[in-house]
Design a protein around this ligand. Sequence first.
Ligand code: UT7
Length: 337
Amino acid sequence: MKRSIIKSTGMFVPPNVITNHDLEKMMDTSDEWIKQRTGIEQRYWIDQEGVTGSSDLGFEASQIALENAGWSPQDLDFIIFATLSPDIMFPGSGCLLAAKLGLDSTPALDIRQQCTGFLYGLATADAYIKSGLANKILLVGAEVHSSGLDKTTRGRDVTVIFGDGAAATCIEGVETDESVGVLAASLHADGNLAEALMAELPASRLPVRLPPGLPTDDARYFPVMDGPAIFKKAVRMLPKVINESLEKAQISLDEIDLIIPHQANMRINQALGQFLKIDNNKIFHNIQKYGNTTAASIPLALHEAMEQGRIGKSGDVVLFAGLGAGLTWGSAIYKFL
Ligand code: UT7
């Protein structure tokens, strides 16, 4: 049977480190508040003067992943690009990335599932591989948040948590009788809670997408979030969706070597550990360095966890989980070949 195997990973963050102290100079916040409430110490932002899109960060991460897989871009038969911050309104960043990779006919699909973009992308890649539609897939999660954040006190609850970054995985269909690769995935969405985390403009539902004369600091340009509501939802739904995947894969929590949750808030992931009654060192954290990189967060954490030797040996089992805008939430279980 065909199994979907993660052959390699790659990551890239832009060079500008923005510490909590840097944010203190822009808005009424403090290093202490940010660290205590979120666990974040710094994040990376693109150069605020230049032109850098999520496909540019995705390109850098993809080149590393491709090199690590020993693949050339021409080997790819499908590209999946997950982002909530596409370079432009359309076409999708997957098409832009494909062009940057020197490709001119490889199919490219954008996924707009925010913090669960990697989970939706992994499930899609797995389905494409198992159905025979594709066999060598590049799955990228990339975000440029910094150009769309409200850097005044009005936006502080949102702005302090997000960072720019990208990560890519090369996923290959491999014929084997072993139960390896993507073992299970559970995905959910509830658009009734769309307004709990959204950026409203530009909006095709309005008579004019960008109402004329709108001040550039109009709040609707920037993400707004009901942080406490999302926090509570994450703590409630993540254990449930993790159990769903465990049941689908027919394995127990004890058999999971590492949980890689979406990095939205250190306290959410610590609460998850308490709820599941598992040792905190079984949960991977890197939010302190990168903040919340949304679609890039899980693959970026996977890349680092593998580099640190926390996961990646044959037979290791990793569980991914996340919840974010949409709302969307999900989990997936992966066993290394
Ligand atoms: O990845 C997408 C999914 N998103 C999430 O998972 C985010 C989930 N939510 C969270 O992580 C947290 O709700 C936040 C980190 C966003 C906020 O933390 P909180 O502990 O829920 O704080 P809060 O929103 O209840 O605000 C508490 C206080 C408020 O002041 P008052 O009303 O008590 O005087 C806020 O105005 O903290 C204030 N506050 C800040 N103070 C300093 C909010 N943001 C900041 C800030 N710096 N950056």
